[in-house]
Write a protein that binds this ligand. Structure first.
Ligand code: CUA
Length: 321
């Protein structure tokens, strides 16, 4: 009797500990807390599937442990056969019907949730933004023509329609709190959307292995009031572009101060201060450096030039750098 109790207690504690670790948000296996209607629906689908699989897991593993204990050898010879059982129609019908019902319920829930995950709700004035994946940064284009790198600014509480493209290889746009992944594929245009339920900063990461600095391809969505959003796109964005380009693109390999890293030190490279030299290298690349700014506008190049002159270039070294 005592052994039976120990057995049950051990199994129960193991199940609880495992479930606790698995369900612990932020670092566990459960989804991020949703802040957009499509993310809510993705999470609902996750929890429905988890509920069924948890019950099945506990039932199957519980039966396994119970049978191991109940039908242990008890001193019988190893060669002894168990009792032979043939056909049990009722049991067979039950173990066929139950899984069919479970799969049907999961299927119904998923097909009910799916349209509102992928299709944006009708909105009077949705904000349309183009997201372009580059090795190794995200570039955002706003309706008024302004551009930002890695930080996407949006108004909270409004439907944001994203047109997702890639400039080079396959990337995957993913801000977990604002909905599921969508791939950025060269030569193809994908669409997704979100509606941030409150002002705040939402973090994401390119979710498709896209090269050496895939892990550096982070993104933030900064949701603010409508007024703050309009201030950002009409004036702030242009002023911040040079810094965003350097920190979001160049710094990945050359360090935040241009001090060097995977790529060489830039702080004493006078090419940084000349428009033609800078344009040539970001447009065409050199050696291991990809043409990161191949698609950049003249305004973008000027912004980078200004930032590099005032914040990165520290003067030629004695040896001529
Ligand atoms: Cu872009 Cu991984």
């Amino acid at each position: 009797m005592r052994r039976k109790l120990w057995c049950v207690v051990t199994v129960a504690l193991t199940v609880l500990a495992t479930a606790g670790i698995a369900a612990a948000a932020n670092g566990g296996f459960t989804p991020e807390f949703a802040h957009s209607p499509n993310a809510h629906r993705t999470n609902t689908a996750y929890w429905v599937v988890l509920a069924f699989t948890s019950v099945i897991f506990v039932a199957v593993e519980g039966a396994l442990v119970l049978f191991i204990w109940k039908y242990r050898s008890r001193g019988r010879a190893r060669t002894d056969d168990g009792s032979q059982v043939h056909g049990h129609t009722r049991l067979e019908v039950i173990w066929t019907v139950i899984p069919v019902v479970i799969l049907a319920v999961i299927g119904i829930v998923i097909f009910y949730e799916l349209p509102a995950i992928s299709d944006a709700p009708a909105a009077a004035n949705p904000v349309r933004i183009t997201v372009e994946g580059h090795q190794f940064y995200w570039q955002f284009d706003y309706p008024n023509g302004s551009r930002s790198i890695n930080d996407l600014h949006v108004p909270a509480g409004q439907v944001v329609l994203l047109t997702v493209r890639s400039y080079d290889v396959v990337h995957s746009w993913w801000i977990p709190q604002l909905g599921g992944k969508i791939q950025a594929i060269p030569g193809r245009t994908n669409h997704t959307w979100f509606k941030a339920d409150r002002a705040g900063t939402y973090y994401g990461q390119c979710a498709e292995f896209c090269g050496l600095y895939h892990e550096a391809m982070r993104a933030r969505v900064i949701a603010s009031t409508d007024a703050e959003f309009h201030t950002y796109v009409s004036s702030t964005a242009a002023g911040e572009l040079g810094r965003a380009e350097f920190q979001g693109v160049c710094a990945t390999c050359h360090g935040m101060q241009g001090q060097g890293g995977y790529g060489p030190n830039l702080s004493q490279n006078s090419q940084l201060t000349q428009k033609t030299g800078l344009t040539d290298i970001v447009r065409n690349g050199r050696g291991k450096m990809p043409p990161v700014g191949d698609s950049w506008t003249n305004a973008q190049l000027n912004a980078l030039l200004q930032y590099a002159k005032s914040h990165v270039y520290k003067g030629a070294s004695a040896s001529g750098g």
